[in-house]
Design a protein around this ligand. Sequence first.
Ligand SMILES: Cc1cc2nc3c(=O)[nH]c(=O)nc-3n(C[C@H](O)[C@H](O)[C@H](O)COP(=O)(O)OP(=O)(O)OC[C@H]3O[C@@H](n4cnc5c(N)ncnc54)[C@H](O)[C@@H]3O)c2cc1C
Length: 408
Amino acid sequence: MRYDCDVAVVGAGPAGSRTARNLARSGLRVKLLEEHRKIGVPSHCSGLISLRTLREAEIGEDAIIHRINGAFIHGPDGSQVGLDAGSTSAVAIDRVKWDETLCEQAQRDGADLLTARVLNVERTNGGVTLQTLTPNGRRTVTARMVVGADGGHSRVGRSLGLARPGERVYCLGIEARMSVPREDFVHVFVGRDLAPGWFGWIIPTGDGAVRVGIGCRVGNSHKPIDCYRSLASQFDGLFHDIEPIHYYGGTIPLQFAERSYADNVVLVGDAAGQVKPFSGGGIYTGLVGARHAATAVRRAFDKNDLSTKTLAPYEREWKREIGRELQRSRRLRHAGLSLSDAETDLVVNTLRNEGIQQIAARHGDIDYPSRVLTRVARSFPALTTLARISLRHPSATLNLLRAHLPWA
Ligand SMILES: Cc1cc2nc3c(=O)[nH]c(=O)nc-3n(C[C@H](O)[C@H](O)[C@H](O)COP(=O)(O)OP(=O)(O)OC[C@H]3O[C@@H](n4cnc5c(N)ncnc54)[C@H](O)[C@@H]3O)c2cc1C
């Protein structure tokens, strides 16, 4: 049978464009299907990434619109601690331009971009058939293989029986203008009632512009807009002059899809739950996933076998690179969620400790947050014991912290 292409990649976000580029580069006939006419629009992202992400994307530093050197952490009682990395620890990008650049790279290397919303995918004649809606009406696309890079609600995954990632948070993002004490520091707000199951943030992007956000666990009775209103009123000293320009929302999956491959299909990026559970960042992890997805798919074509068995190494390979970090971060997130507001305040105050500040400055890494926490745990063994106890007996934590951490 003659197929329209070898691989249909659904979704021209970072993960899809990157997978499409690598596959086209390797000589396969690739169609990149995107439902929106304008790549990257609408954006549902605060665009904070590491310098490592630029390298992974092979995009130069001219994509940086602002540099971040540290963070202010705000506890529920209003306490504030600054963590200063002393140099660039993260950068803000123009997310629309970022997606456009990645898509252009894919097209330059041979991927064929098609504006089409995928409505359904099914396995047919040893390949796949995609039912799509294009600006000119319905169109069927056939391929030997499909890559689902269509985000956390992946239609590809659902059509082909791959369960979508479980745990997720709803977020509200706001592009705004406001004055902040330091334009090179982000703000992070934590607290059980403030943002149940998640956190709030301010990311300055220079010249008085900011990206504000807040989220809460899906299934919670709270709505992100209500969380934002409480945040702005609780921290009115900071938010008093905020001028919101544009509101947007989005869901972030915080858990791996049960399986990211099956016969004739792989999932990548948010569709596979390749997201950092501690921060919700998924640009870097999606690009890593895309690298492994393209390698696995190319290998399957070389063997002329697109079966589950041949694609299985994909999941082992991406998990070998980032799976451990994602699992650890997920455990850390759950440990954090088990704390009461009073315990969270003590943890925030603990960050004032000079030793911890030095470790955070030297080893802080937004892609691998567990590394800095492991170092802190090694330097302060009492903290590890406390963390273990707190996971088993959450209510005991406050007294233990008070007894063992004189600075808290
Ligand atoms: C409020 C908010 C703030 C965030 N901030 C950050 C941050 O600062 N840093 C960070 O690293 N991450 C952040 N993230 C997460 C980040 O946006 C995602 O992890 C990332 O976009 C995932 O990339 P992706 O390519 O997997 O999916 P997406 O970027 O979601 O791309 C999926 C693409 O598929 C298309 N699509 C979907 N369904 C179909 C269909 N049926 N047919 C055709 N096309 C389809 C979509 O239009 C889209 O273009 C944030 C998320 C939210 C919600």
